[in-house]
Design a protein around this ligand. Structure first.
Ligand SMILES: [Fe+2]
Length: 194
């Protein structure tokens, strides 16, 4: 059973002007779709042909299979980490956990931004469960918390293809917009309280 490209959780132009329809058309329609196609080409006819995406990501050795599978998983998680009605602050138990782990919501936002801006190359910044608390995790290239047994709550893609058409080299402006206008706290809250 082939791995499918999940539908976006909103219309292609729903994040405009923060993330343009043109960016979505390339990022989702070309990059994400290519990872899905590459992955299906790699598992077709193998004993992984019927494996779930989570099983492949969790068990693959470093290399092309892992990279494509993880990028499929990461991008689906990224689309859900944003919302046309995003931004603002978390609430309830997640807000309390963030205040406990980072000192305050604002302090979390500052640390998340610093991590995302500070990733020298291509990668991802995540909010993850760590022990009894929460932590920010940086991953490079296709790497993902799922491969390290960690539960992700939200993520931002800081590969240049995520922002270059809209922000050119201004990654900090993209990260600010993600945090203040797009971040889907309801998704993070749902992941925090499974
Ligand atoms: Fe991406």
């Amino acid at each position: 059973m082939a791995i499918e490209l999940p539908a976006l959780p909103y219309a292609d132009n729903a994040l405009d002007p923060h993330i343009s329809e043109r960016t979505i058309s390339f990022h989702y329609g070309k990059h994400h779709a290519a990872y899905v196609n590459n992955l299906n080409g790699l598992i077709e006819g193998t004993d992984l042909a019927d494996a779930s995406l989570d099983e492949i990501v969790s068990n693959a050795e470093p290399g092309g299979l892992f990279n494509n599978a993880a990028q499929v998983w990461n991008h689906t998680f990224y689309w859900n980490s944003m919302s046309p009605d995003g931004g603002g602050d978390p609430s309830g138990e997640l807000a309390a956990a963030i205040e406990s782990s980072f000192g305050s919501i604002d302090s979390f936002k500052e640390q998340f931004k610093a991590d995302a801006v500070g990733n020298f190359g291509s990668g991802w910044t995540w909010l993850v469960r760590e022990g009894d608390g929460l932590a920010i995790a940086k991953t490079d290239d296709a790497d993902t918390p799922l491969a390290h047994g960690k539960t992700a709550l939200l993520t931002i893609d800081v590969w240049e293809h995520a922002y270059y058409l809209d922000y050119q080299n201004a990654r900090p402006a993209y990260v600010d917009t993600f945090i203040e206008r797009l971040l889907n706290w309801q998704f993070a809250e749902a992941n925090f309280i499974p």
